[in-house]
Design a protein around this ligand. Structure first.
Ligand code: 23J
Ligand code: MN
Length: 258
């Protein structure tokens, strides 16, 4: 059956009035990975090995194998990633209902605040201020925190100091508000992880992980090009690899926007 909404979408994409924006960073051995305190096991970086390249191992074909931690580069955090979300039957990369992998986005621009303060924390007050201008955040939608962090060099992106990383993220009360008062689909960021660099010292520690996953919600980390999206109106396709019992995966995040 022909659907006029989909026909219009295809036509407007062909005409260029609706754009496709790639929110994904390149995936290579140079892709930054999160460094946890040294008592914990670290995540391996992306690694690629050639199988054949038009040679004796495969005269007419080129292909590689690759390996990496599930949480490498632009990646999806499933509820199963965190202790608080471990019991959701639909919380692994292979069990998340596919309807949740396509959803609207709300983009909160705090790039100025983050430029002035690398430890900037997004608050519910800031969200409510944004809603006064752009409208209420609907249930089942993404909240994406624009910090322009993806424009930084690797060193400034990670921004390590003696007392740990200094990168922006959400406050505890902001995650409580978005989980409980707004019932969002998940929280996405441009930084290496969904939590602020200093969030190991919050109560609870790592509130984006603790509260989003504890409420069967998702995370998206290391996004880019959020400056190319409107505050409201973009549609996000974020579908992790269907790893059986996976906690997350690198993925291509695509925005469809006017
Ligand atoms: C494991 C432990 C702590 C954190 C993370 C992973 C992430 O940020 C992640 O990529 O999910 S904070
Ligand atoms: Mn992750």
């Amino acid at each position: 059956m022909k659907n006029s909404t989909l026909t219009n979408l295809v036509n407007e994409m062909a005409a260029g009035s609706i754009r496709v924006v790639d929110l994904t960073v390149p995936l290579s051995a140079d892709t930054p990975i999160i460094g946890l305190p040294e008592e914990f096991k670290q995540s391996p970086a992306f690694k690629m090995e050639k199988i054949s390249h038009f040679d004796k191992d495969g005269p007419a074909w080129y292909w590689n194998s690759f390996s990496c931690g599930e949480h490498t580069g632009t990646h999806f955090d499933a509820p199963a990633h965190w202790v608080t979300g471990q019991n959701y039957k639909d919380g692994c990369t292979d069990t998340i209902p596919p309807a949740k992998l396509v959803a609207a986005a709300n983009v909160i621009d705090v790039s100025k605040e983050a430029a002035e303060n690398p430890d900037y924390l997004l608050s519910s007050a800031k969200i409510e201020e944004w809603e006064k201008e752009h409208g209420k955040i609907e249930a089942g939608t993404w909240v994406l925190m624009r910090t322009d962090w993806s424009k930084r060099s690797t060193k400034d992106f990670l921004n390590y100091a003696e007392d740990g990383p200094h990168t922006p993220g959400p406050s505890v009360e902001c995650m409580e508000f978005l989980a409980k008062e707004r019932d969002i689909l998940g929280f996405g960021v441009e930084t290496i992880g969904t939590d602020a660099g200093q969030a190991f010292a919050f109560d609870p520690a790592f509130p984006a992980h603790h509260l989003m996953h504890g409420n069967n919600k998702f995370g998206l980390a290391s996004l880019t090009n959020l400056d190319q999206l409107p505050p409201k109106g973009a549609l996000i396709v974020a579908a992790p690899l269907k790893i059986v019992q996976g906690s997350g995966s690198p993925l291509r995040v695509i925005a469809i926007t006017a």
